[in-house]
Design a protein around this ligand. Structure first.
Ligand code: CUA
Length: 367
């Protein structure tokens, strides 16, 4: 390539050498943009995407983010356009041998470019502070459903103190009603996060935090512990099921019924004459001391170290949301919990295949 001007000899890198890298940078940039925008679409559709908010809280938070995104995008565009214009308009041309005019300063410019950021900060700060205060506690007179969240390594405990119901990993809520959470942790710091319903809040040992949200529509919402809490942090998932109010009441009633210790007698009695697999499974649950850690009213078990198992057969998932609740998966779990969730506190009880089959049969029929 021929030199473009007589000055090129003083800029040895301005010629051939820069052409190809520029072309490559351009192509890489375009490819990157395509990937980012393509990925963005998938990201919005993803089950844990906060870009598809539900309910007043998530929407307020997303709106805030969008306000900032548009504002900052605007600034980006203005800066890039000005930069490009100045770079082209005032570039060095053939024959420019003198140093350009050096401006010693301008009070007007100083004032303007101090005021612009001040205005921008106010535009961001006012809605941010207002939203933060508005979301700090449940709206007055909202008659919330109260839920106590307890983080555990590596699962979630949900208590409904007004209804005497306790469950794990799958939270059920009514639509159109405020759900107010009080959160703490039994061991280390976890973070409760259901991206489509609200931002994340830490659950801390020995300290209470709070959160509220609303789900407008029925549906299943995915959540995830969002604070590194040990080897199975990534396996600490949760689901939120939002039901129509009457469906939620039914669930609550069923859970209340299932929480009444009705069957303690059979569990510890001598085997009945005609013992079904269900009975034998229940007896194993008692004999194998599962109740030392788990509450299961049907077997008279009241342990509180591990997840509450009332109506376990009705859950969609087991092992903190990482496995579908199928007989096959339940057997795998009972066989060797650590193989599925490393660091899980549930010990391997060295159960035999027949014991595993009976326990699975028993628990999955508790619906
Ligand atoms: Cu619990 Cu991460």
């Amino acid at each position: 390539m021929a030199p473009r001007s007589k000055n090129d000899h003083s800029h040895p890198r301005a010629g051939t050498g820069t052409r190809r890298p520029h072309g490559m940078a351009l192509r890489t940039g375009i490819l990157g943009l395509i990937l980012i925008s393509g990925g963005g679409c998938a990201f919005i559709q993803a089950p844990q995407s906060w870009l598809a908010p539900q309910g007043a809280v998530a929407r307020a938070q997303t709106d805030l983010f969008m306000l900032m995104t548009w504002l900052l995008s605007g600034i980006f565009v203005v800066v890039v356009v000005l930069l490009a214009y100045i770079a082209i308009r005032f570039r060095r041309r053939a024959g420019d041998d003198e140093i350009p005019y050096q401006n010693p300063g301008s009070v007007t410019f100083e004032v303007v470019w101090t005021l612009i950021p001040v205005v921008l900060i106010v535009l961001i700060a006012v809605p941010t502070v207002r939203t933060t205060y508005r979301l700090a506690s449940a709206p007055e007179g909202s008659d919330p459903v109260r839920v106590e969240v307890r983080g555990h390594q590596f699962w979630w405990e949900f208590r409904y103190p007004d209804h005497g119901v306790v469950t794990a990993n799958e939270l059920h809520i009514p639509t159109g009603r405020v759900v107010e959470f009080t959160m703490t942790s039994e061991d280390v710091i976890h973070s409760f996060w259901v991206p489509r319903l609200a931002g994340k809040i830490d659950t801390n040992p020995g300290m209470e935090t709070s959160l509220w949200f609303v789900a407008d529509e029925p549906g299943e919402f995915f959540g995830q512990c969002a604070e590194f809490c040990g080897v199975s942090h990534a396996n600490m998932k949760l689901r939120v099921y939002a039901h129509e109010p009457d469906e939620f009441s039914t669930w609550l009633k069923d859970m209340q019924t299932a929480s009444e210790p009705v069957s303690t007698v059979q569990a510890s009695e001598a085997p009945r004459q005609v013992e079904t697999d269900f009975d034998r499974g229940r007896r194993l649950f008692v004999d194998r001391a599962c109740g030392a850690c788990h509450t299961l009213a049907d077997a008279g078990a009241t342990g509180e170290v591990g997840p509450n198992l009332n109506l376990i057969g009705r859950r969609n998932t087991i092992a903190a949301g990482i496995l579908d609740n199928t007989p096959e998966n339940m057997r795998r779990w009972l066989k060797d919990p650590q193989a599925i969730k490393p660091g899980a506190l549930m010990p391997n009880l060295q159960l035999g295949d027949e014991e595993i089959r009976l326990l699975t049969e028993y628990m999955l029929s508790l619906k």
